[in-house]
Write a protein that binds this ligand. Structure first.
Ligand code: WTA
Length: 677
């Protein structure tokens, strides 16, 4: 299952290029001092995490920092403690001077005729608290939802999404938020796996000037989901393409109409170990897995990283450009920043709509101070030209981080110099859906070690990681190995089973290879102990930062009536980091027409979503396999990237390689290199 050549967009790495920001002198720390204080946190591990956790407001204090759960490698954090995420994000601020502080500035995508004001909604903490209470009232009293029940959200980037997440958290209802770009089938499999009673979605939303149809996709999805009692619709575009059926649909507005504006629903006193939400992510099998996040441990990692990594202050205007459909948005748009009492920006649409300066105009318009974004977006903007950036005043920015994939030094420098004006610390925060929060990053809010273009930096305090070889032995500095996390951490997959309903798979995926949590990533540690994550070592792709399993794509392809076999591999891409390339063997009775590739693309869009669409589809008559019948992905990847194919002694039939090669070359000729086919 291991990938021999991870090829993220990456230039030569320079482990010795150190950048120290003089004006950050209040925090600048030598590498040696950082490690000394880091070791101290590990020596007093439980005491350390207890002291961080005590900064939160608990309804009942915890009696134990950490203990093993019912299943192996699932830990219970802050045992005995009781708290509520909605209380931490809202009630606490409403009781303070932050009551009428801005919580969310939301900007819609549409830009109408010149001169017309943009569509902007501003919600204060008090507005949010009132709205969340009313929605929690609806959930509880009108929809009959109670603690432990499950719901699904298929929501685009509108303020109602954080409202729904916080309302569910308030009454202890477990939710899953499904990225609004996923297809009906992908949505259906998540709704069914969770057993959701309701699905909340919008009547549509705007993206690149078009209306996208979330209601219709949800209608399709729930056809195969018997647990769903109703679809609750949030108005966004004001129209649906297909009719409303009162037996199936209800507008949230209508449910709210007779709810008192001062409705109050007391926050449920949740055990620290109770589930907050489930989030589905791709792994190395066909089926996405539901990762469980608990309440207490997750709250603590977010609280800690908002302070240490983002240096969040009351006067900050914080913008994370992710979509809330991904874990980054859960942790660092909604829960982390709102727990911190920050003012956040939310933007509905595409970065380059109506022009490639949309993001930079947002930073200027609201005076954003902290900016959290992705390497893919940066590389896409680099191509569009510096002028779109420099025409805006970005001087309010003081701190920048990226996430989701390795940042190549050139992209880092562009962010540092052009966007950050050479003033701002720029980091690359490493974490995963499974980790809940950032585990490896510079910590400008605490101590700032020298920056290096392209590194993730050292692990945060209280977190121990290492880079090891096949046998689990630490590799020397500068040598590529596998990234592991050596101790449990708050925010790790939560009780009872880590992965929803599947404790065995949880252990198999993360703990069977090494004794410790295996991240699936390749990494290098440099002489300063900084980690440089290189990319995935398994059959998981990061396409524009989105996690896509090659097996998930292959199972979708072979479910097509014309497809006999398929193999999907990742190929490097200058903007997206990596893109899927599919090799397909058609059944003998399938029509061999040029249109078949379009048909297979449509199929993938319907089964998974547009983000998973292969860049190229090669039709071949056989796949290179070993004598024991295993597809040799290594060879397919080499062929797709023009690399030498290496050792082929285990190959069953060399003609298959020849054929893949010929198909690849023919295709290149047909479309010109880099094109889509
Ligand atoms: C990759 C995203 C290098 C890594 C929060 C990991 C990164 C996977 C970085 C998890 C980074 C994330 N530098 N690689 N700063 N951040 N990754 O679950 O391969 O969507 O295993 O979580 O993204 O992706 P996920």
């Amino acid at each position: 299952m291991s990938r021999s050549q991870p090829e993220p967009v990456r230039e030569t790495l320079n482990f010795d290029e150190r950048i120290v920001l003089e004006h950050w002198s209040h925090r600048n720390t030598s590498v040696k001092d950082y490690w000394a204080s880091h070791s101290a946190t590990l020596e007093r591990f439980e005491e350390f995490w207890a002291s961080v956790a005590k900064e939160l407001e608990w309804f009942k204090p915890f009696s134990k920092v950490m203990e093993p759960g019912e299943y192996p490698n699932v830990y219970k954090w802050f045992v005995g403690g009781k708290l509520n995420m909605s209380y931490l994000c809202l009630d606490r601020h409403v009781k303070s001077w932050r009551k009428n502080k801005v919580a969310i500035v939301w900007e819609g995508e549409p830009v109408k005729d010149s001169g017309e004001p943009l569509e902007v909604r501003v919600l204060t903490y008090y507005d949010m608290w009132r709205y969340v209470n009313r929605v929690a009232y609806v959930m509880k009293e009108k929809l009959g939802l109670k603690k432990g029940d499950r719901v699904a959200f298929y929501m685009p980037m509108v303020p109602e999404l954080p409202v729904l997440m916080l309302a569910a958290a308030r009454i202890g209802v477990t939710f899953t938020q499904v990225f609004s770009g996923f297809s009906a089938e992908a949505l259906a499999s998540r709704i069914s796996d969770l057993g959701a009673r309701y699905v909340f979605t919008t009547d549509g939303y705007y993206r690149r000037g078009k209306i996208l149809r979330t209601k219709e996709i949800t209608d399709d999805a729930v056809k195969t989901c018997p647990t769903v009692e109703k679809i609750i619709l949030i108005r966004r575009v004001g129209q649906t393409e297909t009719p409303i059926d009162p037996a199936k649909h209800t507008y949230l507005d209508d449910l709210l109409a007779d709810v008192s504006p001062t409705a109050y629903v007391p926050p449920e006193e949740m055990d620290s170990t109770d589930i907050l939400y489930v989030i589905y992510t791709s792994g190395t099998t066909g089926k996405p897995k539901g990762i469980i996040h608990d309440t207490g441990g997750y709250a603590v990692i977010l609280h800690a990283t908002m302070k240490w990594v983002f240096d969040i202050k009351d006067e900050d205007i914080y913008w994370c450009t992710a979509d809330i459909g991904w874990v980054t948005g859960h942790s660092y748009i909604v829960f982390g920043p709102l727990m911190s009492g920050a003012s956040i920006i939310m933007y509905e649409g595409a970065p380059d709509y109506p022009a490639p300066d949309r993001w930079w105009s947002i930073i200027e318009r609201y005076g954003v101070t902290i900016f959290y974004t992705s390497p893919t977006a940066v590389r896409a903007f680099m191509r569009m030209g510096a002028g779109y950036v420099t025409r805006h005043d970005l001087s309010t920015l003081r701190l920048i981080h990226s996430v989701g994939e390795p940042i190549n030094p050139a992209a880092w420098k562009w962010l540092f110099e052009l966007v950050g004006g050479g003033r701002c610390p720029v980091g690359s925060t490493w974490w995963m859906t499974e980790t809940g929060g950032i585990l490896i990053s510079h910590t400008p809010g605490l101590m700032l070690v020298p920056l290096k273009p392209g590194t993730n930096g050292p692990p945060i305090p209280g977190v121990e990681v290492d880079v090891v070889d096949e046998d689990g032995k630490p590799v020397p500095n500068g040598v590529k190995g596998y990234l592991i996390v050596k101790r449990p951490w708050p925010g790790m997959p939560g009780p009872p089973t880590g992965m929803l309903g599947d404790p065995e798979r949880y252990n198999l995926v993360y703990f069977s290879r090494f004794r410790y949590f295996f991240t699936g990533d390749y990494a290098i540690k440099d002489g300063d102990g900084y980690v440089w994550v290189l990319g995935r070592s398994d059959e998981v792709l990061k396409v524009a930062g989105h996690r896509i399993g090659t097996y998930e794509l292959e199972s979708a392809l072979v479910s097509h009536p014309y497809v006999a076999e398929s193999a999907v591999v990742g190929a490097p891409d200058d903007v997206k980091g990596e893109v899927p390339i599919a090799y397909v063997v058609l059944k003998s009775d399938a029509p061999h027409t040029p249109q078949i590739r379009d048909e297979l693309r449509r199929w993938i869009r319907e089964r998974i979503g547009a983000i998973a669409e292969p860049k190229s589809i090669f039709i071949v008559s056989k796949l290179p396999k070993t004598r024991s019948g295993k597809i040799m992905r290594r060879i397919m990847r080499a062929l797709a990237t023009g690399k030498p194919i290496g050792d082929v002694t285990t190959l069953e039939d060399e003609a298959a390689v020849e054929e893949v090669k010929i198909a690849y070359e023919a295709l290149l000729k047909e479309i010109g290199e880099g094109g889509r086919s």
